[in-house]
Design a protein around this ligand. Structure first.
Ligand code: GLV
Ligand code: MN
Ligand code: MN
Length: 412
């Protein structure tokens, strides 16, 4: 058969259309799990998939699947996909390239009446970013059974609604969670095309990244407690200022983290100061801490945490650290890395193997099936911001690698 290729115009149109489902006002894309924008984006994807004859289902915990049946015997599904939720004011490519790429692959299979031994499924995962319910990878973890229904009933959005309540309001029964769990054997492989979200490919002038390992993560809520007091009457030497302590803690965290390893990163992205008044010394500060590495997370975090405790104690503050999210670094299936490398060579592209510093649903899917990830370059490494951009020819190359991998896996 002649070499098949994806149609980048159709793929760009999907990316542009999906970018319109955003909560305004504000720059970039804000599309939260189970929001009206999420519902509209899913309706769009359902239409696109049904238009080419895929059978579309939505399952608890919010998974959408478009299935193309095998033309022969059946067997486990070859899955490709990613997420459609976003961070606040994020970009239009994160997650979407993998979803729209998987959809475009389905169009190519259908248009060309490609015989497939294994069914092919476009998989759309919810709450990858953790923007609404506080923990990354929630949808995929719940699907494979790493998060229980009880836990989903405890995870709350800012308005107090739990994941289970939001899912039920969306129209998916909590009682269906167990029945729809993804067990080993149901999928032959899961493939995720994604933007790199860093500068490695761009700086190396390489077109395709074949992901070797996906980072592990520990997410904490830190509370720093001092003493609220009068801003005018309390001498500087007698203060227990929780916000000044938090400032030192953040500065030290930035200095200390790189000493732990080349891939160790740590971010404070949220801060809330109480009581938050101009003339009151802050008595309590809450911070989010996002700590990542591709190895030895617990040992490294213990070092950093004890250093943070030391700083707090020196300032007469109490530090409490509560873990809210965690996942382990995961090595992706070597045979799929080899398959992707071979495709890159056969297509005459440049490629390199690389780890991922961003977390991805792929690492959770790796607990139930073989997983492969394809990276395409991000302009200036920008991501999780409105400036996120990947050029159409880069997306086209990545989607063609995805297509070839799906062809290989559904025909072997
Ligand atoms: C998700 O994109 C993350 O890496 O936090
Ligand atoms: Mn993503
Ligand atoms: Mn992301």
């Amino acid at each position: 058969m002649a070499i098949l290729s994806i149609n980048i115009d159709r793929l760009r149109r999907d990316i542009d259309n999906l970018a319109r489902f955003t909560r305004g006002p504000g720059p970039g894309v804000t599309r939260l799990t189970f929001s009206e924008e999420d519902r509209a984006a899913r309706a769009y994807l359902r239409d696109q998939m049904e238009a080419i004859g895929l059978r579309v289902v939505e399952l608890p915990p919010g998974i959408m699947i478009g299935r193309l049946e095998s033309t022969t015997a059946g067997g486990p599904a070859v899955m490709a996909g990613s997420h459609i939720d976003s961070v606040l004011q994020g970009g239009r490519f994160d997650g979407i390239v993998g979803v729209a790429g998987a959809l475009e692959v389905a169009r190519v299979l259908v248009d060309n009446q490609v015989p497939i031994r294994n069914p092919y499924e476009v998989v759309i995962l919810p709450e990858e970013e953790g923007t609404s319910f506080g923990a990354v990878l929630t949808g995929s973890k719940a699907w494979v059974g790493q998060l229980t229904s009880d836990r989903l009933g405890q995870m709350r959005r800012a308005d107090g609604v739990t994941y289970l309540e939001a899912m039920e309001r969306y129209g998916l029964p909590a009682s269906g969670l167990d029945a729809h769990r993804l067990h080993r054997g149901r999928a032959k492989a899961f493939l995720e095309l994604h933007i790199e979200q860093s500068v490695v490919l761009e700086e190396a002038a390489v077109q395709i990244g074949v992901v070797t390992t996906v980072t592990g993560i520990r997410g904490f809520d830190a509370t720093l407690v001092g003493i609220a007091n009068h801003a005018g009457a309390t001498p500087m030497a007698r203060r227990r200022d929780a916000l000044a302590g938090a400032a030192q803690l953040m500065a030290e965290l930035e200095r200390f983290t790189p000493t732990l390893g080349a891939h160790t990163v740590c971010t404070v992205g949220q801060i809330a100061c109480s009581p938050g008044a101009r003339n009151v010394i802050p008595g309590e500060v809450r911070l989010s801490i996002d700590f990542r590495d591709i190895e030895n997370l617990d040992v490294k975090w213990a070092k950093l945490a004890s250093y943070l405790e030391e700083i707090a104690t020196r300032r007469g503050l109490k530090l409490a650290l509560g873990q809210v999210a965690g996942s382990e670094p995961v090595s992706l299936a070597p045979p799929l890395q080899d398959l992707l490398d071979g495709i890159v060579v056969r297509r005459g592209l440049s490629g390199m193997r690389m780890p991922s510093g961003a977390v991805h649903d792929a690492q959770i899917m790796a607990s139930v099936t073989d997983v492969g990830m394809i990276f395409v370059p991000s302009r200036e490494g920008r991501s999780h911001c409105p400036e996120e951009f990947t050029a159409p020819p880069d997306i086209e190359r990545g989607a063609n690698v995805l297509l070839d991998a799906v062809l290989a896996l559904t025909s072997a």
